[in-house]
Design a protein around this ligand. Structure first.
Ligand code: SF4
Length: 390
């Protein structure tokens, strides 16, 4: 109790600028790495109790169990962005990957949000700041601008709405915001793309070619009207005529975690389990989505499993840790994984209990670490595109 009171007083002193020097040193991760999970949980619980509403912990469904268990809110990209935007907290520990933290930083630090906190910015912290998304990194702001320049030699760019999947950097979102575009998630992609077609006749979709393809086809775009822009090829590997007649141009990015599902295994599961249903995330390749009984966001897949009858057999094509959790949470159903090996997102696995305790304790002692901050000019443009999520 004494420790908690001393810490509270320390934070209060910082707030009223009574302390001019930092009273504690930044603690190193080594101090936490070998602690047992029970001790780490106790440290985190102590900080949460003392911090109250000033702190929120968010976790993506693909985070490890030990981290999901300490979260106030677990969700997919759309749910997490909305939870961050609605949060009154002044600090967030976000157990996800970098683009999610950038999005939370932008949504939590709009001028009206800062004003509601008496002028204070919210701090968004990562347990491991090296956790990124390889698909988000498949397009940079420079590549997006260069893409636009190349297209402008053949088409009127003002006919296109640029849409980026939320799995992209804040700079890519800012590119879309500057050019009248929007951000979508796998949960609302069809709605966002439908609205884009109401405003302009053509679409640029980045970085996930798989989600862009599935969404465009679902909305009635013909396969021959879609061009996938191949990276590092002149004019994306397309002819000028193909570019001119394209209704949709997709950046050729993809998620390596969702590439590993096998047509053969899906067929075998169906043969061996008559009545089995196969559901998949739309980041999967088109041939796999075509074999499925349905596709949807992570939240949708969880809903499908939860609503299945006891005894049902389901094959679920998404990140392995989540599918494994579904199995444990639904022992009355058979949940199969349609790939040869578990397909794990290594970046999502970087959030651990030790890193969470390390990050939180440093924040609580007045030395925030692992803070993700988007530059104001990028945040401003990115927000124009992010409004579609709210
Ligand atoms: S699962 Fe794929 S899209 Fe999601 S964070 Fe990992 S690499 Fe990125």
């Amino acid at each position: 109790m004494f420790r908690i009171l001393a810490r509270k007083r320390f934070i209060r002193n910082i707030k009223h600028k009574k302390l001019l020097i930092v009273a504690t040193r930044v603690k190193e991760l080594d101090n936490y790495a070998n602690l047992p999970n029970d001790e780490l949980r106790a440290k985190i619980a102590e900080i949460r109790a003392a911090a109250g509403e000033r702190l929120t912990i968010l976790a993506h469904y693909y985070a490890p169990d030990e981290v999901v268990e300490i979260a106030d809110y677990i969700g997919d990209s759309l749910g997490l962005a909305q939870a961050a935007a609605a949060s009154p907290a002044e600090a967030v520990l976000f157990c996800g990957v970098r683009f999610m933290l950038e999005t939370a930083d932008i949504l939590m630090n709009r001028p009206d949000k800062i004003a509601s906190r008496g002028g204070k910015r919210a701090i968004v912290m990562a347990p491991d700041p090296s956790a990124g998304c390889p698909m988000a990194d498949m397009i940079t702001a420079e590549q997006a601008e260069d893409w636009k320049r190349q297209l402008e030699e053949h088409v009127d760019f003002s006919e296109f709405t640029p849409i980026t999947y939320v799995n992209s950097s804040s700079e890519t979102k800012a590119f879309c915001g500057r050019h009248g575009g929007a951000v979508c998630t796998s949960a609302n992609a069809e709605e966002v793309v439908r609205k884009a077609f109401e405003r302009r006749p053509k679409l640029l979709f980045m970085p996930d070619s798989r989600l862009g393809m599935t969404t465009s086809l679902a909305l009635g775009v013909m396969p021959e009207e879609i061009v996938t822009w191949r990276l590092n090829q002149p004019l994306g590997g397309a002819t000028p005529d193909e570019i001119k007649s394209a209704k949709v141009i997709l950046w050729g990015g993809y998620c390596c975690v969702h590439q590993r599902f096998s047509e053969e295994i899906v067929r075998k599961i169906k043969e061996n389990n008559p009545g089995a249903k196969f559901w998949v995330h739309p980041e999967a390749p088109r041939n796999i989505v075509e074999l499925s009984d349905g596709y949807g966001s992570t939240t949708k897949l969880l809903d499908v499993v939860a609503k299945a009858e006891p005894g049902a057999v389901l094959a679920i094509g998404t990140e392995w840790k989540l599918v494994d959790r579904m199995r444990r949470q639904n022992p009355d159903k058979t949940i199969l994984f349609p790939a040869e090996k578990p397909s794990v997102c290594l970046d999502m696995s970087k959030s651990t209990l030790a890193k969470a305790a390390w990050t939180l304790e440093n924040w609580f002692e007045g030395n925030p670490i692992n803070v993700v901050r988007t530059p104001d000019d990028v945040a401003e443009d990115a927000y124009c595109a992010l409004e579609s999520l709210l």
